[in-house]
Design a protein around this ligand. Structure first.
Ligand SMILES: CC(=O)O[C@H](CC(=O)[O-])C[N+](C)(C)C
Length: 316
């Protein structure tokens, strides 16, 4: 090998080594697998309250008439009365099938965002600049999940709010939605989902890192099970405090009859402001927050435990 080629090879090796040292966090493969594990834990824990949230968000409110559900407990009671306990788990097949790859992609996207935006000390020195970097990495993850999440949420919301017997399972619902409106119909709510998830994920991941560090005892490398549950659950609360208004508009758009909102989320926003006012954007707040804490606590515990396991089996 010529001397010039050797110098270039050394420089290339050094650059690779520097990048490997500078890139913080687990490898993208580990992020992907551990994220999927986190997602499964999240759906099992959070789906019943997600059903209540979507039912409350999308119920038709006629001025001067009592709403269909007076609150979270009433919605739970009515659902159990009409469909049994399994009514709360209606529509779970779609998120379970979609959630494993979705959360795998979510944490993978966060990993990619870390490689793009974060520095070597971003997770050890949580100053304002580094928090901004982690938030940008989080927002990146939202862009990775939208192509799966938008049609998945369309299916889920339609099934959760459909009258009993309308669809014979998620495949039947998918066939009917696709048959009636093709890909355009399946992708309804895409922009709203992308906006919701980039903003929410920025808060989700940055708040988790802050709390995780705050709850890590001196001299330890992590916060332990209790601390992980608390940090993960709280990150879920921050996530939803920001995401809920966009989520309400998205859910309404996704369950509306074809052509009801010609300008998408803007038309929904205008209608909600005219008929119900800004408070309606936070409809479903109680079930959302009741679900957010345990579901995301379970998600981060699943994620961190999977990372430990992958470490144990020497996953690259
Ligand atoms: C809006 C949403 O899906 O939030 C996720 C947490 C949850 O409770 O489902 C987090 N994330 C946006 C990062 C996917």
């Amino acid at each position: 090998m010529s001397e010039g080629a050797q110098v270039i090879e050394f420089e290339h090796d050094d650059a690779l080594k520097a990048a490997a040292v500078a890139a913080p966090g687990p490898s993208l493969l580990r992020q992907f697998i551990a994220g999927g594990a986190g997602g499964v834990c999240l759906v099992f824990t959070g789906h019943p309250l997600d059903t209540v949230k979507v039912k409350i968000q999308t119920m038709t409110v006629v001025k001067g008439q009592a709403p269909m559900y007076s609150g979270t407990m009433d919605c739970i009671n009515q659902t159990i009365k009409s469909d049994g306990f399994k009514g709360l788990y209606k529509g779970m097949a779609a998120p379970i099938l979609g959630v494993t790859p979705m959360y795998a992609l979510c944490f993978f996207g966060f990993g990619v965002g870390q490689k793009i935006f974060c520095k070597e000390d971003s997770f050890t020195n949580l100053n304002q600049e580094n928090l901004g970097r982690i938030a940008l990495a989080g927002a990146t993850s939202g862009l990775f999940t939208t192509p799966i999440l938008a049609p998945g949420e369309r299916l889920k919301c339609v099934m959760q709010t459909a009258p009993k017997g309308m669809y014979d399972g998620p495949i039947d619902c998918l066939k009917k939605l696709y048959g009636a409106g093709g890909m355009k119909s399946m992708m309804r709510g895409f922009t709203a989902t992308a906006g919701r998830d980039s903003i929410a994920s920025a808060f989700y991941f940055s708040s988790y890192e802050v709390l995780k560090q705050a709850l890590t005892p001196a001299g330890e490398s992590g916060p332990g099970i209790g601390g992980t549950l608390l940090a993960g659950g709280s990150a879920g609360i921050f996530n939803w405090a920001i995401a809920l208004p966009i989520d309400t508009l998205k859910s309404k758009l996704q369950v509306a009859p074809d052509g009801k909102y010609p300008h998408g989320i803007r038309s929904v926003f205008r209608e909600v402001m005219q008929n119900e006012g800004p408070r309606a954007l936070y409809r479903g707040f109680v079930p959302v927050m009741l679900r957010a804490f345990p579901a995301n606590a379970a998600c981060f515990l699943g994620y961190e435990s999977a990372l430990k396991f992958l470490d144990y089996v020497n996953c690259p």
